[in-house]
Design a protein around this ligand. Structure first.
Ligand SMILES: *Cc1c(COP(=O)(O)O)cnc(C)c1O
Length: 347
């Protein structure tokens, strides 16, 4: 018999109450529209198995994934008819899969519409491109017979600049309103997290927040509505005393000026704590700052224990994960900070 692996030395903790509260807050901010949830990319790195049941218990009934490969994980927690696949059926095989499993394809082109109809068709959503030029039916193609033949539940579009005060938002809103009048559908949907902050004009019947559910703050207006969800902790695996003149880590980027005590933490860039988050940053222990020394390694970060001399190997420290601060400090986006959390944190 193979023994169980020892307990991990780093962990991602999900504050389930905060996640549920964020969904409820975004649902309330959506006015008469219902809030759905973008659960693509494994709930932005935080784990479908943890997050999706919490969102559904909170009241969410519309779940969005990007890839077909993401469907199976979500159907384990949610009825298939509540799951929409944003990339749509690029092949006939994907349309057949949607029919068999019962998930809802988001149709993005006349070709995708034909795949869906040939597979047997039925309820679907349609993404219309109103200016992001990424994925979606071009407004000039909305008269295509294959699009006309669809049974459209949610007609949607996606904002390019919702996190900015940009004239593009109003242009897209007006383009979407024009489309709504042309295409038969049951419900309309435009806003992502930042779009919800633009006001209920943008909410229509259904909103599609992702980032803000998971504690991200894409616009200042949402700051007082969104609670942090992800908390990362890692254990010290060694402490040492170094002398003046000794250096720490790759390329010897930090050199001690005085005798000091350092701690090596079992987390590195392979876990999503990227090198850009090292300089000037610190870990924490019971409110005490543990400044990072030298470069972040793949599996380790060295910190200054001068203000926490009682810590020793096996003790846990907190990894700063305030998304707004971390994004500012590292020039990574809040989306990237979440989705780059590594596999060793999923335990
Ligand atoms: C990812 C995604 C969302 C969610 O966006 P956030 O900015 O994370 O709130 C909504 N709609 C579509 C089409 C998406 O691809």
């Amino acid at each position: 018999m193979r023994p169980d692996a020892p307990a991990p030395t780093l962990r991602l903790e999900i504050d389930e109450d905060a996640l549920a509260a964020n969904w409820r807050a975004l649902d309330a901010l959506s006015g008469s529209a219902a809030a759905g949830a973008a659960v693509k990319a494994n709930c932005y790195g935080l784990g479908v198995g943890t997050c999706v049941p919490v969102l559904r218990r909170a009241g969410c009934r519309h779940f969005f994934v990007a890839h077909w490969s993401e469907v199976a994980d979500v159907t384990a927690h949610v009825p298939p008819e509540e799951i929409a696949v944003l990339h749509g059926p690029v092949t006939r095989a994907e349309a057949d899969y949607a029919r068999t499993v019962g998930v809802v394809p988001v149709i993005n082109s006349p070709d995708q519409a034909r795949h869906w109809i040939e597979a047997g068709g039925g309820r679907c959503h349609v993404m219309v491109d109103t200016g992001i030029n990424r994925l979606g039916v071009a407004p000039r193609d909305l008269g295509d017979p294959a699009i006309r033949a669809l049974d459209i539940d949610v007609l949607m579009s996606h904002l390019a600049c919702a996190d900015e005060d940009s004239a593009m938002n109003l242009r897209q809103l007006e383009a979407f309103r024009a489309v709504i009048d042309q295409v038969p559908h049951r419900r309309a949907s435009l806003a992502n997290s930042a779009g919800i902050a633009l006001g209920t004009d943008y909410a229509f019947d259904l909103t599609r927040p992702g980032l803000a559910l998971y504690g991200g703050v894409p616009s200042d207006m949402l700051a007082r509505h969104v609670r942090p969800v992800a908390h990362v902790r890692a254990a010290l695996i060694q402490c040492r005393d170094i002398e003046p003149g000794e250096s720490v880590g790759y390329n010897a980027q930090f050199t001690a000026r005085t005798p000091m005590r350092t701690g090596t933490v079992s987390l590195g860039y392979a876990d999503g704590f990227l090198r850009a988050r090292g300089p000037g940053n610190a870990f924490f222990s019971e409110g005490r700052r543990l400044p990072i020394l030298g470069k972040v390694s793949m599996d380790m970060v060295v910190v200054d224990l001068c203000d926490a001399p009682d810590l020793s190997a096996g003790d846990w420290v907190e990894v700063p994960f305030d998304l707004v601060d971390a994004a500012q400090q590292s020039s990574l986006s809040q989306y990237e900070l979440l989705t780059s959390l590594g596999l060793r944190l999923k335990a």
